[in-house]
Design a protein around this ligand. Structure first.
Ligand code: COA
Length: 259
């Protein structure tokens, strides 16, 4: 296990990934990106894990952005290669299981972009969230100009990206950047309860759900509906579907095996 990323397997088929550079507010450097890619690859193959929670260590930050130290003297080609090689954003989106961002403090720049690449976001009401790249003479480079307007609409995306202002977790929930904001003391319990509920579901159905919802971004409605109905029909071939239906009709809890 890498010291910049803590990987834990918890009860209820939940894994937690904690970015662990609290002295740098969990800024994303090459080592973190590498460790995240490796952990996601391992967890994708772990049948015991059905849902992942991503968070930051130390209590002050989820992730305060890309490590600005790496920007100094970086040449364009070097920067491009670095981003392609360490594309944790696409890796999270392509990960076959749901990923929940547990936003417990500063969630800035690449941190906000990583949270947006996750499938769900829960924030502490006191979290500070934003895309401050403009202060560096930059724009978001890991999906911020694309995922943010899809979540909050063009106006709010433009405002956050051009002003660099931070908003609270509460405000982020109001505009749809996160789904829920809760009191900081309740964040972990809230997220773990959500993750535990998801972890009890069929992993095949979870993957189908994730792929189908994400398809809505890139497909016109008619194609998306076909994609959904193909997955829906395919799930009729699974033992998990037979188990879910039998459990409902027998008034018992289903035991999904993932086949
Ligand atoms: N990259 C590298 N280091 C970072 C960082 C980042 N994105 N964000 C914070 N840090 C480091 C600081 O340099 C500092 O390190 P040091 O103690 O070795 O000097 C440490 O984390 C603590 O941050 P500090 O700035 O002292 O805390 P603060 O409470 O005064 O301010 C922030 C917190 C988040 C407002 C401020 O750190 C900040 O603006 N960070 C940059 C955010 C950003 O622009 N992210 C997008 C990058 S593209």
């Amino acid at each position: 296990m890498s010291d910049v990323l803590i990987v834990e397997k918890l009860e209820g088929r939940v894994a937690r990934l904690t970015v662990n550079r609290p002295e740098k507010l969990n800024a994303l450097n090459g080592a973190v990106r590498c460790a995240l890619l490796a952990a996601l690859s391992d967890l994708a193959a772990e049948d015991e894990v059905r849902v992942v929670v991503l968070t930051g260590a130390g209590g002050r930050a989820f992730i305060a952005g890309a490590d600005i130290g790496e920007f100094k003297d970086a040449r364009p080609v070097e920067q491009y290669r670095r981003m392609k090689a360490g594309n944790i954003y696409d890796a999270v989106e392509a990960f076959p299981k749901p990923v929940i961002a547990m936003i417990n403090g500063f969630c800035l720049g690449g941190g906000c972009e990583l949270a947006m690449a996750c499938d769900m976001r829960v924030a502490a009401s006191t979290a500070k969230i934003g895309q401050p790249e403009i202060n560096l003479g930059l724009i978001p480079g890991a999906g911020g100009t694309q995922r943010l307007p899809r979540l909050v609409g063009e106006g709010w995306a433009m405002r956050l990206i051009t002003s660099g202002e931070f908003i609270s977790g509460t405000k982020a929930a109001e505009i749809g950047l996160v789904e829920v904001a809760v009191e900081p003391g309740e964040l972990e319990e809230h997220v773990m309860k959500l993750a535990g509920a998801i972890g009890g579901r069929s992993p095949v159905a979870l993957q189908a759900a994730k792929e189908s919802v994400l398809a809505a971004r890139r497909m016109p409605l008619d194609q998306g509906l076909k994609f959904e109905s193909a997955w829906f029909s395919l799930l009729f071939s699974t033992d998990d579907m037979a188990e879910g239906v039998d459990a409902f009709l027998s008034k018992r809890r289903p035991e999904f095996k993932g086949s």
